[in-house]
Design a protein around this ligand. Structure first.
Ligand SMILES: [Zn+2]
Length: 284
């Protein structure tokens, strides 16, 4: 299953579609961390995870068509200059491998839903890693949101050291719009409570999630790479990637959200169960 759709019978959110924009395999510590330094497991890991999906989500709202994350670029597999050279490039290839089957390009997946990239009116990026911000070129004319803390990575001397391929992301002509969270640490896209961005830092300094609240179903929390598996997150197990203390704090924030919303459905970008979970979303 590479796509799944939920439609809603009432309210501003009309449908949520999970799509698959490539596949990734990573090192085991990238999924189930134990506090090991990233450099250590990058150098020593001998095994890979199974191939996992690179999910993105398309949300039909009465005020627009939103894309949450943009997936892995097929160019990453054919362009010899896509990655940095030298030691840094070697580290990228040690940490993750990708493939993008023809039926999993952004255009192909949108076409299966009856859409084109030109129909998208808003893009929200969970973070700036290549498998989430890899297909931004079609979005020069629409707002593309990322958190201000994430955009600050682009101002670093070498964003590539922080996992951001700054020669590609953003592509020429595409502007990224910083999200200004309010005093409650929220950004309500349409001021109707249905699409609310939340800071969920740790995997990267500016990682954020999107809470989607349909009228007649339990809310969804699209978390990007906060976890690879919501069951691990619920146990307080976070990847050995990024800032461990920040990730554990984010895990507590999400646990609190689940207390407020007992039926909250957490959808992770690389969870093989995410599309089935979307289909099983609790009606209310
Ligand atoms: Zn990812």
């Amino acid at each position: 299953m590479t796509r799944a759709s939920r439609t809603y019978s009432a309210g501003p959110v009309r449908a949520v579609h999970g799509i698959t924009l490539g596949e990734v395999r990573v090192r085991p510590k990238n999924i189930e961390g134990t506090g090991t330094p990233m450099l250590w497991w990058t150098l020593t890991a001998r095994t890979w995870s199974p191939w996992l999906p690179v999910h993105a989500f398309v949300i039909e709202h009465e005020r627009g068509l939103l894309l949450f994350d943009t997936g892995q670029s097929p160019d990453s597999l054919t362009d010899p200059d896509y990655y940095p050279g030298g030691l840094l490039g070697w580290v990228y290839h040690r940490q993750a491998q990708f493939r993008v089957p023809a039926e999993q390009t952004l255009d192909a997946q949108l076409a299966e839903l009856g859409f084109a990239a030109s129909d998208i009116t808003h893009v929200v990026l969970s973070h700036l890693h290549q498998d989430h911000a890899g297909n931004l070129a079609p979005f020069a004319a629409v707002p593309v949101y990322a958190s201000a803390d994430e955009l600050a990575l682009l101002e670093q001397k070498t964003p590539e050291l922080h996992g951001v391929l700054s020669r590609r992301i953003p592509p020429a002509g595409v502007a990224l719009t910083p999200v200004a969270f309010d005093a409650d640490a929220q950004f309500d896209l349409f001021d109707d409570g249905t699409l609310v961005m939340l800071p969920t830092p740790g995997h990267t300094p500016g990682s954020m999630s999107l809470m989607v609240s349909p009228t007649d179903a339990a809310p969804l929390l699209l978390v990007g790479d906060v976890t690879y598996d919501p069951a691990l997150l619920a146990c307080g197990i976070v990847p050995d990637v990024g800032d461990r203390a920040a990730q554990l704090a984010t895990a507590r924030v999400i646990a609190d959200l689940q207390v407020q919303h007992p039926e909250l459905t957490v959808l992770a970008a690389h969870d093989r169960g995410a599309l089935a979970t979307l289909l099983a979303q609790t009606p209310q």
